[in-house]
Design a protein around this ligand. Structure first.
Ligand code: 5AD
Ligand code: SF4
Length: 469
């Protein structure tokens, strides 16, 4: 891991000046934007920054992309056919742009940091105006100015990975927020493209993280999710002076902060100190998203995950001893090259043994440039599909089992939304350990904490009643 470096305040204030100058021209024109985000929470966070810039520049949010003057796709390349889907989406916008020639079409995100991708898209889609990678977010006003002057712009410099602090953000709710603590990844799991497109691990300074959280809480947000590809390696390069467990302690006493979540955790780095922090800090939530990927040691070795099944299970056992109401969620890949039927059975037995609250399951998809894509023994799609179905069926049964434990459970829920069903309004929200519950209530309780008792467990969800608002 190399030491982090930062975009200078001079550069950032130049960008802000450009934004404010553009605003004088944009605001009277009443222009609108539409941002479509694919992929993980990192991308959701990045989109908040782009929307923040767009708002500063004077755009307002459009109801749909057909009517928008600025359309952006924030892409993901971690799995599957994202590229094909993007091509389809961009192709479909051609007609809209013919009707509204002033429309700006932009593409950003980690897919744009793939070798040769920007060039390919510019060539194939002459109606695309702007392409930029995750490292160029802080230069958005400058890029947009060039586009408004009639140029086509592509900025996907993978080497320029300085951290930019203090960028504007437009968040979509007043209750919970994602806060990046680090960027990039140095783990090089053999199936994963992230280190190639998002670059080296860089950690933010503890005081910047804390200041952001304090200001969010001052603005009414009470639940924070700390984000990183592997939050447990925060500060491992020594540049921040503290490691992840210390960061948790340092931010957890921000006045008014009710809940702290974090994701994702890597089993190889989830150490005793972090476990102690989860157990002892009152507002750190009792939920760990701990991707296991496979239950078989040989597959884990070839995935370059650097832990064994036994080590993984020992973390689960230890955390459950320390924090009895803790819940685990996970990510699992089936059909990794060379995965035998026995190896797959090991994944099933691990899922059976752990009892995850939820699992995000994926069929392995080769990513160009990664080690696993070059491995022999690629598994046929039909086999991957069969294994995925078997795994999902097992997890569905485990989810039901997990839900049944909650009948009679009483706890505080943060209200996140509501469904209106005829006369009745069903609110929903999460207990601190990530379990979601639905219950009748009034919309005015949105973003508030209420106490809910679980009365019924359905297949996928818990139903309850409010016992205190
Ligand atoms: N194929 C399938 N799943 C993948 N993931 C990452 N790369 C791949 C790939 N090439 C999954 C992993 C990771 C999650 C974010 O996406 O399970 O934890
Ligand atoms: Fe990809 Fe592994 Fe890094 Fe996660 S830890 S982003 S799976 S390389």
């Amino acid at each position: 891991m190399k030491n982090s470096h930062f975009v200078s305040e001079t550069d950032l204030s130049r960008q802000r000046d450009i934004a404010l100058t553009l605003a004088k021209e944009i605001i009277p024109r009443k222009l609108t934007f539409f941002v479509e985000t694919f992929g993980c929470q990192m991308n959701v966070r990045d989109s908040e920054t782009i929307k923040g810039w767009l708002s500063m520049i004077g755009y307002t949010e459009a109801k749909n992309k057909e009517s928008a003057d600025f359309v952006l796709y924030n892409t993901c390349c971690v799995r599957d056919h994202a590229e094909k889907r993007l091509m389809g989406n961009i192709g479909a916008l051609k007609e809209r742009k013919d009707e509204n020639p002033g429309m700006i079409i932009a593409i950003c995100g980690c897919m744009m940091q793939q070798e040769g991708m920007a060039k390919k898209l510019l060539k194939r889609f002459p109606h695309v105006n702007l392409i930029f990678g995750t490292n160029a977010l802080h230069r958005f006003p400058e890029m947009l100015r060039e586009v408004l002057n009639g140029d086509r712009v592509a900025l996907t410099d993978r080497d320029n990975d300085a951290i930019a602090e203090g960028l504007p953000k437009l968040r979509d709710n007043q209750r919970n927020a994602f806060v990046n603590i680090m960027y990039g990844c140095d783990n090089y799991c053999s199936y994963c493209i992230v280190p190639y497109v998002r670059g080296h691990e860089r950690s933010r300074r503890p005081e910047d993280i804390r200041n952001e959280i304090v200001s969010l809480v001052e603005n009414g947000i009470t639940e924070i999710t700390l984000l990183g590809q592997n939050v447990n390696s925060y500060g491992n390069d020594g540049s921040t002076g503290i490691k992840f467990a210390e960061l948790l302690r340092y931010v957890s006493d921000a006045p008014g902060l009710k809940r702290i979540r974090f994701m994702s955790s890597h089993p190889k780095d989830l150490n005793d100190d972090v476990m102690q922090a989860i157990a002892s800090l009152p507002n750190v939530c009792h939920h760990v998203h701990l991707p296991v990927q496979s239950g078989n040691n040989e597959v884990l070795r070839r995935m370059n995950r650097k832990y064994t099944r036994e080590h993984y299970l020992s973390i689960i056992t230890r955390l459950r001893e320390m924090v009895p109401d803790i819940e685990f969620t996970t990510d699992i890949i089936v059909g990794f090259p060379g995965e035998t039927e026995e190896a797959f059975q090991d994944t099933l037995s691990l899922v059976e043994e752990v009892g995850f609250a939820a699992a995000f399951t994926f069929a392995y998809s080769p990513r160009q440039g990664t080690v696993a894509a070059r491995m022999e023994d690629q598994i046929p799609e039909t086999v991957k599909k069969k294994r995925l179905q078997a795994l999902n069926a097992l997890q569905a049964r485990k989810t039901v089992e997990n839900n049944e434990k909650y009948i009679g459970h009483i706890g505080e829920v943060l209200v996140e939304g509501y469904d209106e069903r005829g006369e009745e309004t069903l609110l929903y929200g999460k207990y601190q350990n990530f379990k979601m519950v639905y219950f009748p209530g009034c919309k005015a309780l949105l973003n508030r904490y209420v106490t809910v008792k679980v009365t019924q467990s359905n297949k996928n969800s818990l139903l309850g009643e409010m016992i205190d608002a």
